[in-house]
Design a binder for this molecule. Structure first.
Ligand SMILES: CC(C)(COP(=O)(O)OP(=O)(O)OC[C@H]1O[C@@H](n2cnc3c(N)ncnc32)[C@H](O)[C@@H]1OP(=O)(O)O)[C@@H](O)C(=O)NCCC(=O)NCCS
Length: 215
């Protein structure tokens, strides 16, 4: 798979100190190239990426005179799971998190989430709080990743639904009352002890999920 990567990506892979994150990066980037290459009718190794000011990758250019509208994508990896989200013409963000039993999630929520979210999390039955925390975290990450903002965006400046038994949604964005209705949010089932969510900048859209075998 490493043969599909650019020189710059191979150099980045070589800078990882540990094997697992290196492997994760190589597999995700090579698979991203395979899928985007298939969509655009271009060999995977011929695609070029550019990066936003906060590091969000996007395709440098599509084929001249392509009839294919702009393809947006986002990648997330955690543990052994890599997710790739693709949309046609709408900003998209995705996040997957493997549950970490050592995480003091109520403290993290109080520190980083909006105060109402932290209160709502504490009011869930204790056995649902860890699911609620990761539901909230992945939705928040998916939103800031769709915007391309990364950690520059305050996690307390917007709210998402917390209850893991309810549909995921963007609830409130400070100073932008119309923002929540412009987004489609979906939590994704990616297996036990993991949470994942995708957000698309479109009022309504169909989200399909499929597995991609990795050689
Ligand atoms: C990029 C960021 C938003 C997410 O990083 P992360 O959750 O550690 O990692 P993920 O696996 O979900 O995403 C990484 C991928 O997102 C993409 N990415 C990088 N910068 C991005 C940005 N600014 N916006 C959107 N996507 C970005 C890249 O494709 C990257 O994968 P690659 O390097 O293999 O190409 C980063 O700013 C970050 O570190 N967030 C952590 C926030 C946090 O600590 N939250 C605590 C909540 S309690």
């Amino acid at each position: 798979m490493i043969k599909l990567l650019s020189d710059e990506e191979r150099a980045r892979a070589n800078r990882f100190r540990f094997d697992d994150p290196r492997r994760q990066f190589v597999i995700c980037r090579a698979t991203l190239r395979q899928i985007l290459g298939a969509i655009h009718g271009v060999a995977p190794q011929d695609l070029s990426f550019q990066y936003g000011s906060r590091g969000k990758p996007e395709l440098l250019s599509q084929k001249p005179n392509s009839i294919v509208p702009k393809i947006e994508f986002n990648v997330s990896h955690s543990g052994t799971i890599g997710l790739l989200a693709i949309s046609v013409g709408a900003a998209i963000g995705i996040d997957v998190e493997e549950y970490d039993p050592a995480v003091k999630f109520l403290q993290l929520a109080e520190r980083f989430f909006a105060p109402l979210e932290a209160t709502e999390l504490k009011s869930l039955p204790p056995e649902k709080q860890i699911d609620g925390f990761y539901r909230c975290w992945t939705c928040k990450e998916a939103y800031i990743k769709a915007l391309g903002d990364g950690l520059s965006h305050s996690l307390a400046s917007f709210r998402v639904a917390i209850d893991p038994d309810q549909p995921a949604s963007l609830r409130h964005v400070d100073g932008q009352p119309d923002e929540p209705i412009k987004w489609t949010t979906q939590s994704l089932n990616v297996g036990e002890n993991h949470a994942a969510a995708v957000m698309v900048h479109r009022q309504e859209c169909q989200i399909a999920q499929w597995d991609w075998p990795v050689a």
